[in-house]
Every structure is written in structure tokens, then in C-alpha cells.
Design a protein around this ligand. Structure first.
Ligand code: PLP
Length: 378
């Protein structure tokens, strides 16, 4: 049986989520904008989902805008800051997902904004004093800092960053694609203007997510057309996706502590077994530090495998699915590992876990790795 340890790329759909979605594909197929009973029924379902999601993160229903996923939510947040708030400076990190970095690069190349990067140490920890000095130098800024990095798992202190932004009158966008459904977020407490989330990272369907936009913060439309989502996001709503997203988030929060503890134990088990089994194994960023990293991600730096076709491919041949970095940039050198100055002559592998993994699978992966490294040493 193949072992799937690439859950930061995507997670398998939960059966219960699938069950919740199917009636909206087969029976309740009405267009939410239609003025008849089937349309009204679809509209009610969407508004009920919006209220449920808002309740789960302590936000208001009108602060939730459904999108096609994390990428669209990130793009909308940044474009809104620039076009609806006339932000001229964006302060961000070298570790953001390309959904943020490429959007900023495109705006910078057109002369619309300047982009400043927060400095960091060799573990990838952000220097928040530097963030504060950038905020002092650049008025009318947007700060875009992810909650947790999808490759190395480093967690950023979005509570404190929100306080800094508030103190200096800056807008704050955070990409929580890797943490919504894995950590509790209280939007009444956090000083956040925009937040991006995506269903397929917590056992929901692909192609659906949401943008949280704090009441009073203006949005500009990214996709033009009909009047859906309060004229903020045109296009007939992905109703079965929205229902799946909501069900997946409800399930994630209903079992949060239990899953967190279970997955964290799997991660520690892998760390312990790797340290024992593979000489000279290292960990990238803060990924092996418990409270400083996402419990679902472990980024390992293995010794180089000279003359072999790469550890990722060896593992794939041995029925183990892992990743070299972000799934969106597979094949190229990871911008996150480059920013960290990680040794890319070594074999850098991201293991990412879900509630469906087991200790027996971790032990099997260790057997495979031990076999590969014994062959190389022979
Ligand atoms: N942001 C982060 C941190 C991610 O990990 C991802 C997906 O890998 C995205 C954004 C993009 O989300 P989506 O696949 O829903 O567009």
C-alpha cells in the first residue's frame, strides 16, 4: 500500500465531507441567484455555510467571501490593499507562497508598489524589530506574512504582528492556508484585515476557499461579472464546494485537539526514528522545534545520495509519496530553502502528515530510508 505523506500539498477528501456535498451535485442544483424555490434553497445553503464558517473563526458572516481557493484569496487581499486602499508599500517575507510573492512581484514590476522583506535568522525566524522599523519608515503599508510556512513549517506570531500593524496604521494580510482547520483562529482577538484559507488542506474539496475581510476594510473586485458575493466576486457560486469546505472545517474544529496531539506524536516519532537510523540527518528551518513549527510538517535534510536518481524518486518507487518542497513549484529549487541558504546538494524532503497516517507507516518509511542509505554506503 502506498504511503501518503504529502498532506501539505493536499489532503484526501473526508467521506463525511463527500456525503455532505453529493446532494448539492445531484439534487439541490439550483443557481443561488435564481428567483425560484430551487434558487432560494441554494442561496440559503450558501448563507448557512457563511454563518457556520464565521462562527468557527469568530468573525461576522459578511466578512467571509468564498473564493476558488487560497491563491485567489491571497490575490484579492493584495489587490484590494493596493486598489481600494492605495497602499504603496508592501512588507512581506522571502518565505511566502508564490500566490503572494508573484502577485507582489508583478505589481512591483509595474511600478505600483515597493516591496520590502523582513530580515530573518538562519532558522528562518523573522526579525520583528526589523518589521517595526520598516513600518516606521513606510506609512500606508500592507504587511503580508503567512501564519505557517508550507515547506518548513515555521510558525509566525500573527498575534504580535497584528498588534504592530495596528500600532503603525498598516493593513495586515495573513495567508493561513496551512493553519486554518489545524489551529483555532479568533478573528475578534487577532488584528487582521485579510486572511486566506483553502479547503483542500483540511480534507475538503479542491478549488474552494475563502477570504476573510474585516468589516470596514474595503475590497476591490478581482473577477468581474455578475453580482455574486455582494458584487465582490463574480461567477456562479461553487455550491457543493462551499458545502464541502464548511463540513470539512466543522469536522476539523470538532476534533482539533485530538488530531493535533495524534499528528504531533507521529511527527516526533519520525524525528526520533530518523535521528537514530540515518547518520548526519538535519532539519530545515524550525521544522523540528515543537511550538515554533506546524505540527503537520517536517522538512528533513538528508545526506547527499551521489550517483542515485534522487531521494524523492527513490521514495516514490518504494511507494512513499513525499515532496521536495511546495507542490506548486515542483521541479525547481525551492525559494524557501534558497532563502534559508539550505544546502541544496543534500536531499531535502518535506514529510507532511494528516490524521490518516499511522506510526506503522512512519516505521515503514524508516525501513525504506535505511535500506536506501545502506545501499549507498555499501
Ligand atoms: N498559500 C499556501 C501557504 C499554500 O500552501 C497554498 C497551497 O499549496 C496556497 C497558498 C494556494 O492555495 P490553493 O491551492 O487553494 O490555491
Amino acid at each position: 500500500m502506498r504511503i501518503y505523506l504529502d498532506n501539505a500539498a493536499t489532503t484526501p477528501l473526508d467521506q463525511e465531507v463527500f456525503n455532505a456535498m453529493t446532494p448539492y451535485l445531484l439534487h439541490h442544483f439550483g443557481n443561488p441567484s435564481s428567483q425560484h424555490e430551487q434558487g432560494r434553497e441554494a442561496r440559503q445553503a450558501i448563507e448557512a455555510c457563511r454563518a457556520t464558517i464565521a462562527g468557527l473563526i469568530n468573525a461576522l458572516p459578511e466578512e467571509i467571501i468564498f473564493t476558488s481557493g487560497g491563491t485567489e484569496a491571497d490575490n484579492t487581499a493584495i489587490m484590494s490593499a493596493v486598489h481600494a486602499h492605495q497602499v504603496q508599500h508592501v512588507i512581506t517575507t522571502r518565505f511566502e507562497h508564490h500566490a503572494v510573492l508573484h502577485t507582489l512581484k508583478s505589481l512591483e514590476s509595474k511600478g505600483v508598489i515597493t516591496v520590502k522583506f523582513i530580515s530573518y535568522n538562519s532558522q528562518g525566524e523573522l526579525n520583528l524589530d526589523h518589521l517595526e522599523s520598516l513600518l516606521q519608515q513606510h506609512r500606508n503599508s500592507l504587511v503580508s506574512v503567512m501564519h505557517a510556512n508550507n515547506e518548513i513549517g515555521n510558525l509566525n506570531d500573527i498575534e504580535y504582528i497584528g498588534e504592530l500593524c495596528h500600532k503603525h496604521g498598516a493593513l495586515f494580510h495573513t495567508d493561513t492556508v496551512q493553519t486554518i482547520g489545524h489551529y483555532q483562529h479568533d478573528l475578534q482577538k487577532l488584528k487582521i484585515h485579510f486572511l486566506a484559507a483553502s479547503a483542500h488542506k483540511f480534507h475538503g474539496p479542491k478549488g474552494v476557499g475563502f477570504l476573510y475581510c474585516r468589516k470596514g476594510t474595503r475590497l476591490s473586485q478581482l473577477i468581474h461579472g455578475g453580482g455574486q458575493e455582494g458584487s465582490l466576486r463574480a461567477g456562479t457560486e461553487n455550491i457543493h464546494g462551499i458545502v464541502g469546505l464548511t463540513k470539512a472545517l466543522q469536522l476539523a474544529y470538532a476534533h482539533l485537539d485530538e488530531h493535533q496531539q495524534y499528528i504531533q506524536e507521529l511527527k516526533y516519532h519520525l524525528i526520533d526514528r530518523l535521528v537514530d537510523a540515518i547518520p548526519d540527518v538535519k532539519f530545515n528551518g524550525n521544522s523540528a522545534e515543537s511550538v515554533k513549527s506546524l505540527y503537520t510538517v517536517l522538512n528533513v535534510s538528508f545526506p547527499a545520495l551521489y550517483g542515485v536518481r534522487g531521494l524523492l524518486r527513490c521514495l516514490d518507487q518504494e511507494q512513499v509519496s513525499v515532496s521536495g518542497g511546495s507542490a506548486c513549484s515542483s521541479g525547481s529549487v525551492s525559494h524557501v530553502l534558497s532563502a534559508l541558504n539550505a544546502d541544496i546538494t543534500r536531499e531535502n524532503i518535506r514529510f507532511s502528515f494528516s490524521k490518516l497516517n499511522t506510526k506503522a507507516e512512519i516505521d515503514q518509511v524508516i525501513d525504506v530510508l535505511t535500506h536506501i542509505y545502506t545501499l549507498v554506503a555499501a
